[in-house]
Design a protein. Structure first.
Length: 411
């Protein structure tokens, strides 16, 4: 028998009892659909992590002032005291060799106004290295000149969201806008970044030189001269993050005269540690979801094997007759194996359709990120074929080993 004869015979055999065949393939359908949905969710989540890494920077450290002891002995919140300053920035720049970029910053919220248009946004007072650390490019206009960081000038670079709100289709370069009550001149527009890893609009921002922010925008009472809220550090190599963090912590403790065993008055956030934790959690969940999908496939495969064993028992006389007219054990084995694989393949096709639709529904109505691609579908189809081949082999082999004379005598 050639391949087309085997396939045609297998198809007619399954069609003769189509309800049982449909119920047998149900486990494969559920398993394949689960594989597609679970793998798509896992890939979508990993893509979100990659997006967060690109948005935050994989070679950076963030240092924030951390409050000391407030009234009643309660520890004050992060950023509630001015414990960092320009001297700390310069010390990190000069004394930590792994540091490539370092920039102090201030930040706050404000109302930005141009003509009749206005919006509530966040401002950042920055130093030159801030743009490199955060991978910000200037899409229109220009960046700040060296003289702009002196404090007398009032230039501003705006994010794409702010530009659209204030100027519509215009660039806004050269226009004067008000941050609160203070006029600033737009000199540039940041390149668009979109949504960040934590769901925030990264383009809803205005950037001014650090000294201009101190003099014009910061309303904090009692801020010491040269104080900064945070320090962003860019390390030359991601492998040096841990050593750079340790050196910076030791340097700041020394500069701030913190006694051994006493709490730090600053906090260092290592972006790579956050990303690694989230990646590990995602991988664990992906393995769990994959295990669930795998169990569904195993259950479906066992169902195929059981039904094929029943089919062999029911068709013993037919098998004996085929062998009597010239079919060999190999032909019988191939026929029953083809039936098992056909059941699995049909279930796989239906499962793929259900899985693709399910993944699209999760993407549209669920909160989970989904990334569906051809590789996932190919993986599901491969699983479907392998399931039929693996679980169909034993019943097919059992049928091929029957004695023709004993088979013909079967009732």
């Amino acid at each position: 028998m050639n391949f087309s004869d085997i396939l045609r015979t297998a198809f007619f055999a399954l069609r003769g009892n189509w309800m049982r065949s449909a119920l047998t393939s149900l486990g494969v359908i559920i398993g394949i659909a689960a594989v597609i949905v679970m793998v798509s969710i896992g890939q979508g989540t990993q893509a979100e992590i990659d997006k967060m890494v690109s948005g935050l920077g994989s070679q950076r450290l963030d240092i924030m002032s951390f409050g000391g002891m407030g009234p009643g002995g309660a520890r004050m919140a992060q950023g509630s005291r001015w414990t960092l300053n320009d001297g700390d920035v310069e010390a990190i720049r000069n004394e930590v060799p792994e540091v490539q970029y370092v920039a102090g910053s201030l930040r706050g919220g404000t109302q930005v106004v141009f003509a009749e248009n206005n919006a509530s946004t966040q401002w950042q007072g920055v130093e030159p290295d801030w743009f490199a650390i955060n991978d910000w490019k200037i899409a229109q206009g220009q960046g700040f000149d060296a003289s702009d960081y002196g404090g007398n000038a009032k230039p501003v670079i705006i994010g794409e969201t702010v530009r659209k709100t204030l100027f519509g289709d215009e660039s806004g370069i050269g226009q004067t806008i008000r941050l609160g009550r203070v006029p600033f001149t737009v000199v540039g527009v940041l390149g668009e970044k979109g949504q960040g890893g934590f769901g925030q609009d990264q383009d809803d921002i205005v950037v001014v030189p650090l000294e201009a922010a101190r003099r014009r925008l910061s309303n904090s009472q009692g801020m010491p001269p040269g104080a900064v809220q945070g320090i962003a550090v860019g390390v030359d190599d991601a492998r040096n993050l841990a050593s750079a963090q340790s050196e910076i912590e030791g340097l700041l403790r020394q500069r701030h005269k913190i006694d051994p065993g006493a709490d730090d008055d600053f906090a260092v956030r290592n972006i790579s540690q956050i990303v690694a934790t989230r990646t590990a959690t995602t991988n664990l969940m992906s393995k769990l979801l994959g295990a669930v999908a795998g169990i569904c496939l195993i259950i479906g495969g066992i169902g195929i094997m059981n039904i094929m064993l029943v089919s062999v028992t029911e068709r013993i006389k037919e098998i004996g007759l085929r062998m009597a007219v010239g079919a060999g054990p190999r032909d019988v084995r191939r026929q029953f194996l083809a039936e098992a694989m056909l059941i699995s393949l049909i279930g796989g096709v239906i499962g793929i359709a259900i899985g693709v639709v399910g993944a699209l529904l999760v993407s549209k109505f669920g909160d989970l990120p989904v990334q569906l691609n051809a590789k996932v579908v190919l993986l599901a189809a491969t699983f479907s074929i392998c399931t039929g081949l693996f679980f169909g082999y034993y019943p097919a082999r059992k049928a091929s080993l029957l004695d023709p004379i004993e088979a013909l005598r079967a009732q």
